[in-house]
Design a protein around this ligand. Structure first.
Ligand SMILES: NC(=O)c1ccc[n+]([C@@H]2O[C@H](COP(=O)([O-])OP(=O)(O)OC[C@H]3O[C@@H](n4cnc5c(N)ncnc54)[C@H](OP(=O)(O)O)[C@@H]3O)[C@@H](O)[C@H]2O)c1
Length: 214
């Protein structure tokens, strides 16, 4: 199974970094094209190649690592999914300009983190996400840890717990294999209706939970 990553910022680059540490091949992409990723792929070594978004999106397993506000634009122009696996690494948050009024809004409990929750009208984020990738098998994963720790799965003599959830058992099994190969301790939270809610930021009860399995 080959892996594509859409988005090469905080999340996408650190997923690529974690894959690169184990020599697992992947194609990574951003909005500006492969040339803009030259220094990242040079740092990460030969297993990670820069590609176009269309190339990354045609992999067997596609990690979506873009901001919630960009999802519609990114996912609206891709080839048919035809049962391929999509890892939803996103969270429904808006990244705030530190100079914006929102960043200093006392009614925003997340202002200190530079983010604001996006109102999904009572839906959880993977419920909205899966409507944007018709025909894909969605697995929610890689979204609940801060990227500063995400790229270090093996720490303190143990393995960092990586939660995942999804409605297709075979897709989850494939994603689990990758999470294990990276070095995480994967924990299956069940179907999206359950696990998606539990692990989504900012308000899922397991959001940002950083367990180490010793
Ligand atoms: N930051 C975290 O700690 C963290 C942890 C877990 C999950 N997440 C979630 O991960 C997602 C990404 O967050 P981030 O921190 O990685 O954001 P980020 O640093 O802003 O990176 C976003 C990436 O998306 C790319 N992008 C935007 N539009 C695109 C398009 N049309 N086609 C292809 N790529 C496009 C950007 O490309 P350019 O570089 O060319 O602009 C950039 O590489 C968000 O949903 C966030 O909530 C973040």
């Amino acid at each position: 199974m080959n892996i594509g990553i859409i988005g090469a910022g905080g999340l996408g680059s650190n997923v690529a970094r974690a894959l690169a540490r184990k020599g697992i091949p992947a194609i990574i992409s951003n909005s500006r094209g492969p040339a803009s990723l030259a220094s990242l792929v040079a740092e990460l070594g030969p297993s990670i190649k820069a590609g176009t978004t269309a190339e990354a999106a045609s992999a067997d397993i596609v990690v979506v690592a873009v901001r919630w506000s960009d999802l519609g634009k990114v996912l609206g122009n891709l080839p048919a999914w035809n049962g391929r696996i999509v890892i939803d690494g996103t969270n429904p948050v808006e990244f705030l300009d530190p100079e914006s009024p929102d960043a200093k809004d006392p009614s925003n409990p997340l202002a200190a983190y530079g983010i604001k929750a996006i109102d999904l009208g009572g839906k959880y984020s993977s419920e909205v996400f899966r409507e944007l990738v018709p025909g894909a098998r969605v697995v929610k994963a890689l979204n609940h840890l801060d990227v500063r720790v995400l790229a270090e799965p093996e720490v303190s003599g143990g393995q960092r717990v990586q939660f995942y959830s999804g409605d297709d058992a075979a897709a989850k099994a494939e994603v689990r294999k990758i999470l294990e190969a990276i070095g995480y301790f994967p924990v299956d939270l069940g179907v999206l209706d359950v696990g998606g809610r539990l692990a989504e930021l900012p308000f899922g009860v397991l959001a940002a939970t950083n367990f180490i399995k010793i």
